[in-house]
Design a protein around this ligand. Structure first.
Ligand SMILES: [Fe+2]
Ligand SMILES: [Fe+2]
Length: 309
């Protein structure tokens, strides 16, 4: 299995296809050389993905305000991606490289993990370049965005755990769940031809890589579960729904700051109504896919119904 993942990676991962002109958008030197064409009339993000897109007071905003909020939405979308890569996936890959938790196929696993790390480094580079490109093009003010709840709560959770093995297991589970959900998260935009082409292309390139290596993390979890004690398995099944719920969170604290910055007068009502509606714009159905790949019985999780938490 790990061998197959590695073989496909060497042929198809974006990090290996820089020579292919069709992949030129991932090369930030093209951005620096103004080789990318931007269209001022196109939106930078899909409005329907905003947690408040159907709120009547949002619909009352001017087109100018909406356009600026959508540009910030593009920045936030990528910013969240970068935080997932840097704070969740990368530290886990580093732990796995230094101390592979399963002896079976040890060297193949290390190869795949080191390849995934290369992918994530490229994704971070792509996201940062694409954010700065849009921020410069739209002359966006710099906003001090608040921390994402996903990252803050995960770090709080890790800080309350005393034992190293439990911390590593929480990290690994969080990375596996995130790697499953990030593919769905990216696919929301990757097929959207109504947005700025570079925004679609960058997201599409990233989603393709994630799809390629997402099975690595479910396979790893599957192999690992065979070796865990009952107590360790409980840590895994307790962590999965927590991370899924955090991943799907609407991050309203961050949105409040953006709406405030864009002078949306009715922001308090909008944010309060969305918070009360408990509707999420990201679904967590991918977790079901992850559970079945890993052979985890959904009934063993600490919540009765995972989808639509
Ligand atoms: Fe990635
Ligand atoms: Fe990934």
């Amino acid at each position: 299995m790990y061998n197959n993942i590695s073989t496909t990676w060497s042929k198809m991962a974006n990090v290996n296809t820089f020579g292919d002109p069709t992949q030129s958008y991932v090369n930030s030197s093209n951005i620096a050389n103004n080789a990318i064409v931007l269209d001022a009339d196109k939106k930078d993000f899909n409005e329907s993905l905003l947690p408040f897109s159907s709120h009547p007071l949002w619909n009352d905003c001017t087109e100018e305000v909406k356009s600026t909020v959508l540009s910030h939405a593009w920045i936030l979308y990528n910013r969240k991606t970068v935080f997932v890569e840097c704070d969740i996936v990368t530290p886990t890959c580093e732990i796995l490289l230094k101390k592979p938790p399963v002896e079976l196929h040890r060297s193949d696993l290390q190869t795949c993990i080191s390849e995934a790390l290369l992918d994530e480094a490229l994704h971070t580079k792509m996201s940062v370049a694409a954010c700065n490109l849009i921020a410069d093009f739209r002359c966006l003010d710099k906003i001090q965005y608040p921390d994402f709840k996903l990252i803050r709560d995960l770090n709080n959770m890790l800080s309350t755990v005393n034992s190293g093995w439990e911390r590593n297991l929480i990290r690994l589970t969080a990375a596996c769940v995130s790697e499953t959900l990030i593919t769905d998260y990216l696919s929301l935009l990757s097929n959207d031809t109504s947005i700025q082409k570079v925004c679609q292309d960058v997201t599409n390139a990233h989603a393709a890589d994630e799809l390629l290596h997402s099975s690595l993390f479910s396979q790893l979890m599957c192999d690992l579960l065979q070796t865990l004690t009952l107590l360790e398995k409980k840590v895994v099944t307790k962590t999965i729904p927590i991370i899924a719920k955090l991943f799907a969170d609407n991050e309203l604290v961050v949105w409040r700051e953006v709406l405030h910055h864009c002078n949306v007068q009715s922001l308090n009502v909008i944010i309060e109504d969305v918070a009360n509606s408990k509707q999420e714009t990201i679904n967590v159905e991918g977790v079901d896919r992850f559970l079945s790949r890993c052979g985890i019985d959904p009934d063993s999780l600490d919540v009765p119904d995972l989808v639509g938490l």
